[in-house]
Design a protein around this ligand. Structure first.
Ligand SMILES: Nc1ncnc2c1ncn2[C@@H]1O[C@H](COP(=O)(O)OP(=O)(O)OP(=O)(O)O)[C@@H](O)[C@H]1O
Ligand SMILES: [Mg+2]
Length: 554
């Protein structure tokens, strides 16, 4: 890629085509529209024209060889600002600008993807979106690392082992159960006496921590219900997506509030693209756009999961060189993590704020000529930060970016409002999908509850039998059984309390149903447990003799 010095209205334009060994070859590449895949960074202060630049660039590249364009990240609180591809430009600067450039208005159909969450305003009419899920069996190492704290590196390994043995119909609850079984079953009491274990029980605090950390990592997915069984129909087919260049594709995570889950969703989406590319079934070249790179990788010290992400993006980007043109934007050069900056083959600088230019000068020792270039950049102007016309200049002359043939999200404009205003009849509610996934979740949960009840009963039975055998006293065994039942009651009480505190809107009837107790008992249990917590006393034994059972034993 080189700066193309064809002048239009006294301004330089950017040439995206491959640079030949000589002028003749370069002209051939232009004639044949051969694009040179790059990993580009576009940096500029707010309003400098980064989005216009990335949209124009992505669109120009799209036209060469019918590439598929995918917007992977977006500006938070201004979601889908780049999906304005479907709207015609209306602002006068844009309309007259296009006329001056002799470019005709041209809108493009978009497809919007959102990982499913129960947070979506499902009763409201929304622009059509593909709410989708990730296959439990496809969750990547990077995905697990994103949600599980790094201290538990072993946990990620165990998770990878366990997910492999899961059935295509299994839910993430089944996965967690399997994980629990695996961790516990691997440390049977008998093994304690095995000299190879050095007579130390291996059921360590670490194992318990593994279960605990994986469980809490999966907690948000009950609400952000995007991890689905492998055979679920809502799982994306990435090969189809990447082969569809009729649409411009946009991933959004607007309705996900948990930052880690947002990152997880983006990581898994990228992994999906990566896996699809490796099948060899993707026939199109791609353009990937990452708006606001700092959303994924901020500057400064990285958290464990962000380091994983950095690793993923590094390998992905290097693999993508033959398959995709990558465009990333940032409001400041210093927004981008230093470990990440080296990944970019081209960096463009737009209008920057004075403080940024000051720091840049200090760090990179720009010449006076270069400094003046930076200070004089106007909105829509960018310099290529590489090498300039003269040896001591590292910035190219300013390049002016052409406007895209579709609308640009202007200050204060929102995709959802604009879509409703322009395509009201195409808006849809998502009641059907929402209800079917609610239903599915219920099914998963009751499946687990049933097997859990059985499991508890079985283990109780085992214990009591053992007791009877040992003591030969049947009465003693009966007492033991009562005690176990009372303990079970405590567990149920806590379950009710947790469920209600986590889901304050859930009715007593629904809570009762989930735990398989009557609904007056649910409320009673909740209040009892709450009073215990409030008083911070130890758990009392409830109605030990079970004369007046507060619950029906399963
Ligand atoms: N190449 C251009 N030619 C003419 N006007 C432009 C150009 N680029 C940007 N503008 C004007 O600047 C405005 C802001 O541009 P843009 O949305 O691309 O900024 P941005 O850098 O993405 O800002 P933010 O960081 O806030 O997202 C546009 O709405 C448009 O009015
Ligand atoms: Mg922008």
């Amino acid at each position: 890629m080189k700066v193309y010095f064809r002048q239009l209205f006294d301004r330089n334009l950017l040439c995206i085509y491959k640079e030949g060994k000589n002028d003749f070859e370069s002209k051939e590449y232009i004639r044949k529209k051969v694009v040179d895949n790059q990993i580009c960074m576009i940096a500029g202060t707010s309003g400098s024209g980064k989005s216009v630049f990335s949209n124009t660039l992505a669109n120009e590249i799209r036209k060469c060889g019918n590439r598929t364009v995918i917007y992977v990240t977006e500006k938070e609180s201004d979601e889908l600002a780049n999906a304005f591809h479907i709207f015609s430009p209306t602002k006068s600067y844009h309309v007259t600008g296009l006329e001056r450039q002799h470019i005709e208005t041209n809108t493009l159909p978009v497809k919007v993807y959102h990982p499913f969450t129960f947070n979506i305003p499902y009763k409201h009419k929304l622009p059509p979106m593909t709410f989708f899920g990730y296959s439990l069996k496809d969750i990547s190492e990077e995905g697990f690392s994103t949600i599980i704290p790094t201290e538990s590196g072993i946990s990620v390994d165990i998770c990878l082992d366990v997910k492999r043995i899961m059935d295509k119909k299994d839910s993430f609850y089944d996965f967690l159960w399997e994980l629990h079984q695996r961790v516990n079953s691997e440390f049977k009491i008998d093994e304690v006496f095995n000299p190879e274990n050095l007579f130390v029980p291996t059921e360590s605090a670490g194992d318990k921590r593994t279960i605990k950390s994986v469980k809490s990592a999966f907690m948000p997915f009950r609400q952000d219900f995007m991890i689905l069984p492998d055979d679920n129909l809502n799982i994306l087919n990435y090969v189809d997506l990447l082969n569809d260049n009729e649409h411009v594709h946009h991933l959004t995570t607007k309705y996900i509030t948990n930052q880690k889950v947002k990152t997880f969703a983006i990581v898994e989406f990228l992994k999906g693209i990566d896996n699809a590319l490796r099948t060899g079934l993707v026939k199109n070249q791609l353009v990937l756009v990452f708006e606001e790179m700092k959303i994924l990788i901020p500057s400064g010290n990285l958290q464990g999961y962000q380091q994983e992400l950095l690793k993923l993006i590094r390998t992905l980007f290097s693999r993508l060189r033959t398959k995709a043109y990558v465009i990333a934007t940032a409001q400041s050069v210093f927004d981008i993590n230093s470990k990440f900056r080296t990944l970019f083959s081209k960096t463009f600088l737009g209008k920057l704020n004075f403080a940024d230019i000051g720091v840049l000068n200090k760090v990179y020792q720009f010449t006076k000529v270069d400094q003046n270039k930076l200070y004089s950049l106007k909105v829509g102007d960018f310099v290529l930060w590489e090498s300039g016309q003269y040896e001591d200049e590292r910035l190219s002359d300013a390049i002016h970016i052409m406007l895209p043939p579709f609308a640009n999200a202007e200050e204060g404009e929102d995709f959802f409002h604009k879509y409703k205003a322009e395509f009201k009849e195409q808006c849809v509610n998502n009641v059907g999908l929402y209800n079917s996934l609610k239903e599915l979740n219920k099914k998963f949960e009751s499946k687990r509850i049933e097997s859990l009840k059985l499991w508890i009963k079985e283990s109780d039975e085992k214990k009591v039998k053992k007791e009877t055998k040992k003591s030969g006293q049947v009465d003693d065994a009966k007492d033991k059984l009562k005690k176990v039942q009372s303990e079970k009651q405590d567990i149920i009480m806590k379950q009710v309390y947790t469920l209600k505190t986590e889901n304050p809107d859930m009715s007593w009837r629904d809570i009762a149903k989930q735990i398989n107790i009557t609904h007056p008992s649910a409320k009673k249990y909740y209040n009892l447990y709450k009073s215990i917590i409030d008083n911070q006393t130890n758990l009392p034994r409830l109605d030990k003799d079970n004369k007046n059972p507060l619950y029906k034993l399963g």
